[in-house]
Design a protein around this ligand. Sequence first.
Ligand code: CTP
Length: 430
Amino acid sequence: MKTDARSSQRIQTEFGHRFVLCWQYNHPDMSILSGKHILIGVTGSIAAYKAADLASKLAQAGAKVDVLLTGAGEKFVSPLTFQSVTGRRAYTDADLWGNEAHVLHVSFGKSADLLVIAPCTADTMAKLAHGIADNLLTVTALAATCPILIAPAMDGGMFDHPATQENLKTLLSRGLLVAGPASGHLASGLSGTGRMIEPMEVLGHIRMALGKNGKLAGKKIIVTAGGTQEAIDPVRVITNHSSGKQGYALAQAALDAGAEVCLITTTTALTLPVGAHVVHVKSVQEMLDALLNKSADALVMAAAAADFRPKNIAKEKMKKRDGIPQIELEAAPDVLGTLSTVGGEKRRFKVTVGFAAESQSLLENAAEKLKSKGLDFIAANDISAKDAGFAVETNRLTLLFADGTKENLPLMSKTEAAEKIMEHIARLLE
Ligand code: CTP
């Protein structure tokens, strides 16, 4: 049988009265979802098709996904679609009057880690705001003890209507989580605010909801990511091979652990983690400037910041006809070095973490940087290995701590490495 590169396991799931075999994929990049019981409520909007993608992504990430369709939801997408992607039967209003009726909504409402209603129509929003429980989904929502997240979807005029806005206010005041809606093209042909946000974005909100009370709840973490770009002229830059993947994984791991996250990044090629406050920079100077007025519980300098930069940036594009240019370099500011000396006695970051990208004498060089940069710990990274370091999905790190201890992390995904680093940050902040 074909296996996926990701860890996968053969499991048996109940599918109505039959048993079928299906594959459960544990995406290493979404471990926060693994084993979670997530209810998806699907209501009557054309965006219901996006719910099938969402259910599929959650199931692939190892979540136990139960789908509850309203009558109108069923008109857009059939229960079979959801059964096919989750490997579990999907529930409809027929089940409200069936054998399991008396326990179904209560047990769902109590056992689930999260109820996500996506898409959530204006009608269902109104029902939730007024405690109306006239179908399986709204009965379950009323019985639910878990957090509820809604992704509204409706025509622009309906979302802007004072009735919907009042309902939205009521729901927010009760602590219900709301993701979207987005602005853009609507099914009516009009443009406006009312589009359901994309499944990947809903997924980001689900992660935030599940991580809310995590190990870093209430903590602020700043992560830098990517290789800096030092301009030579208006066209050319000096940069490096850093992709920003490890930095983005760190930002996501911090979000998953419940932290408030600021991501200072040079890259625009990666999907931004939902919920992070993002600052885009290019040069090492811009990165330093972005950090100078900030404080946080922890700073993780995963960016590959330049050590050298052109002394003078040519105002106009250098022309070939003028011959090969002689570019004079000067030292770029050392971000960690500067931050450890500004701000006087009071450290603006309780924990500071650096990365040491080395092609030789890995541990000796990393230990020297740990000390000279005043870090709490450093992740030493052998960039000569093909399966670790720049641009690949995996990393093999050795963590060196200021107290002299060290931890070898075997080859693992950058996500897993990020989670380990966040565990240590949480421990040091305790
Ligand atoms: N760093 C920094 N400012 C720079 C360069 C690097 O703050 N101008 C940070 C990196 O983000 C990393 C740590 O310092 O967390 C070590 O970076 P690295 O490039 O490995 O070391 P350098 O100090 O630049 O020394 P060298 O390049 O000579 O190894």
